[in-house]
Design a protein around this ligand. Structure first.
Ligand code: NAI
Length: 697
């Protein structure tokens, strides 16, 4: 049973006990109801306290039950809350640490609530595309007032218990307990044991001085912010019902809205992303209890674009960093950029000056490898050139202490070859950060053939410490993200040859929700980067057809924003992409040289060719074991490539479209003589799943 029952004098204490956060799974719900029945039947019991064991009152629904019939099997949460309300003896919820979602809804079903200070209170359902579904939208406005409640429900953000207890007129917490919460709750229970009638939140009135105007204001505000997500506006509708309807009728509205949202693609996408994020940490042959190495000091080689950003991650986590370069000027430049980034944060009020000083004090620089010998991990971010990497890793092998982790930030090179430059390949791993490295959430952790399990576990833990979403990738050209983006870029190039303009392609993708279309992205990242990679890549794969348009662009010196000219024109110092006549002429000429007559291409074709190129390559990546699971690919694209969250990632989007349909479209693309027919042969995994009517998830 995941809820304990004990008698403390004349008070029955029901303690939720379902680690880690007392999720309200079926066993826990059953435990609460049975505890309540026991307490009703026992004449010696005068009052009941419900609390949570360990590190939470309750984190809400048990995510392990998501999507299973157990989630709603009786007693479901509504039944449990009803049982609380029907109790003939007063119930006090003793709230601490975490009280979220269903946990808060349960507390609101109790007659009284006391809390310890610092408890995080929230209704976070909106974050997974839902509204609270067990009365949260009806009871929270009754205890906090419509405005405070709506803020919490629409944002899903946690608020500290003591702050809520200070809200004027609030009825959420009757008491903030100092010291021992259970002792305080028992004392409070004794105080109110004989008070009748028992107060119920449902009986309170929801009022507002100007309800219609306020709700209209809320609709406008939330509608403007919610963009691609339906749930926030439904939160507003549910809360509006609390103003206009009787409690039980409004509960029906909440239920209907909740159920309708459950089946929206946006909700599925958000729940998928929520679960996918958790799944990334699970590595089948590296169990959670794998011992990790102690990492206190970090070294970074190279103070360029990536080295500086990488260093900031560790400084932000209060870890000392030593940065090495070839020349003092490069170090000075790198350090100045780091300082400038922190100063910008201070200016915006996001960082205190003393924090800036403390962080800069933890950063040291050197030109001498001997100064790295104490580092527990070294991350190399020098030029993307195997010869340079070879020199660096051979030197690191000589100077680093035994057991130090040697990591490379290479974006395309073979980590196994890099490991082979050392006599300790077990200690070598790839840590592929994304630019800007101090901002982007994604960290691809590249597991070499010989990488030791504890090294992998250590780097995953380190990534978590610096607040990255870590996704494990095997070794291949481009790893997960960039290997897929190559196909995406190839398709984008073919689309230009066949008749699109860069702006048309970008617009279609941005309408779908991508943060940026492929050409604006190229201009931001620097078209020269891809040019450099293509020169190597297509030398290795001479038969692979690709559009030369991007090379022609680079031959014109149009590297993107940094040269104020790329696929678009840019005014000096500005980032607005202005369609370029030079580029259109260049594409037209190239098309004419190839003897291609431009045709009109629909946004739908653009979207499907680009996204399904990711999907087909993604399927190969899963099949080859480069990615551990399809959902890891989605996390890579959601956190590193600006893929829209409401689509759940490319693989999730393919599931939404239906793999059968995806394969059918690929077969059609394969017949286009100007495209790469061979590429569009569905990956075996994709073909199999489609034939069996299954999905990636
Ligand atoms: P960068 O050119 O901005 O910086 C490289 C720095 O390394 C330069 O300051 C250079 O002086 C220094 N350096 C070169 N050889 C060195 C050596 N032997 N010893 C010490 N320092 C040396 O390059 P960036 O963009 O920072 O790239 C670094 C690495 O990160 C490359 O492997 C790149 O592929 C990878 N990467 C780059 C991304 C990007 O968006 N720029 C994204 C992800 C990975």
């Amino acid at each position: 049973m995941s809820a304990n029952y004990e008698l403390r004098g004349s008070v029955a204490v029901i303690t939720l006990n379902n680690p880690p956060v007392n999720g309200l799974g079926h066993e826990t719900r059953k435990g609460i109801v049975e505890g309540l029945e026991k307490a009703q039947a026992d004449a010696a019991v005068k009052a009941i306290v419900i609390t949570g064991a360990g590190k939470a009152f309750s984190g809400g629904a048990d995510i392990r039950e998501f999507g299973s019939p157990m989630a709603t099997s009786e007693p479901n949460l509504l039944t449990v809350i009803r049982a609380c309300e029907l109790s003939t003896k007063p119930i006090v919820a003793a709230v601490h640490t975490v009280c979220m979602g269903g946990g808060l809804e349960l507390a609101l079903g109790c007659h009284y609530r006391v809390a310890s200070a610092g408890a995080l209170v929230a209704l976070p359902e909106v974050k997974i595309g839902l509204i609270p579904g067990a009365g949260g939208t009806q009871r929270l406005p009754r205890v906090l007032g419509i405005e405070n409640a709506l803020n919490m429900i629409v944002s899903g953000a946690p608020v500290k218990s003591e702050l809520l207890a200070m809200a004027p007129g609030q009825k959420l917490f009757q008491k903030i307990v100092e010291g021992d919460l259970l002792a305080g709750a028992l004392a409070y229970a004794a105080e109110i044991a004989d008070v009748r009638p028992l107060p119920l939140v449902r009986d309170l009135k929801v009022t507002h001085a100007n309800p219609d105007a306020f709700m209209q204001f809320a609709r406008n505000m939330v509608g403007g912010m919610a963009k691609n997500f339906p749930a926030p506006l439904k939160c507003v509708e549910a809360v509006a019902a609390s103003l206009k309807m009787k409690f039980d009728d409004a509960m029906k509205v909440e239920r209907e809205l909740f159920t309708a949202l459950m089946f929206t693609p946006e909700c599925k996408a958000l729940r998928h992303a929520f679960m996918a994020e958790r799944a990334t940490t699970k590595i089948p042959d590296v169990p959670a209890d794998t011992p990790v190495r102690d990492i206190r000091r970090v070294a970074v080689i190279g103070a360029g674009t990536m080295g500086g950003g990488i260093a900031m991650n560790f400084l932000n986590a209060d870890m000392p960093v030593v940065m090495l370069e070839m020349k003092q000027e490069a170090l000075d430049k790198g350090v100045a950029i780091i300082r400038k980034n922190y100063e910008a944060q201070v200016k915006k009020g996001k960082l205190k000056q003393d924090k800036l000083d403390a962080r800069m004090a933890m950063l040291t620089t050197t030109l001498n490898y001997a100064d790295l010998k104490d580092a527990d991990v070294v991350i190399e971010a020098v030029f993307e050139d195997m010869g340079v990497k070879e020199t660096v890793f051979k030197t690191l092998d000589e100077v680093m202490k035994p057991g130090a982790i040697l990591a490379s930030n290479t974006s395309t090179l073979d980590v196994d070859r890099i490991a082979a430059f050392t006599k300790r390949p077990q200690d070598v791993i790839g840590t592929h950060f994304f630019s800007p490295a101090n901002v982007m959430k994604l960290l691809e952790v590249v597991r070499g053939a010989k990488t030791a399990k504890d090294v992998l576990a250590t780097v995953m833990a380190l990534g978590k410490k610096i607040k990255k979403t870590c996704v494990v990738s095997g070794v291949c050209d481009g790893f997960i993200g960039n290997r897929m983006i190559e196909q995406y870029s190839r398709q984008a190039g073919f689309l230009l040859e066949e008749g699109c303009t860069p702006a048309q392609v970008d617009k279609a993708m941005e309408k779908f929700g991508m943060a940026m279309g492929p050409f604006r992205m190229g201009d931001l990242a620097g078209n020269d980067v891809g040019w450099y990679i293509r020169k190597r890549r297509y030398l290795e794969k001479p038969n692979l057809r690709y559009s030369k348009t991007a090379d022609l662009l680079c031959e014109l010196g149009r590297f993107g924003q940094k040269t104020s000219a790329g696929w678009y024109d840019y005014l000096p110092g500005k980032r607005d992409a202005i369609p370029s006549k030079i580029v259109t002429d260049m594409i037209d000429k190239h098309r004419a040289d190839l003897g291609i007559t431009a045709r009109k291409i629909t946004d739908e074709e653009i979207l499907h060719r680009l996204v399904f190129s990711l999907v087909n390559e993604g399927a190969k990546i899963v099949e080859e074991g480069i990615a551990l699971r399809a959902s890891d690919i989605d996390m890579v694209y959601l956190t590193g490539y600006g893929f829209p969250l409401h689509r759940g990632g490319p693989m999730c989007y393919a599931d939404t479209v239906g793999l059968f349909n995806v394969v059918a479209m690929m077969k059609r693309f394969a017949t286009n003589p100007l495209d790469d027919g061979a590429f569009w042969q569905p990956a075996p995994l994709l073909a199999r799943l489609a034939a069996e009517g299954r999905s990636f998830s």
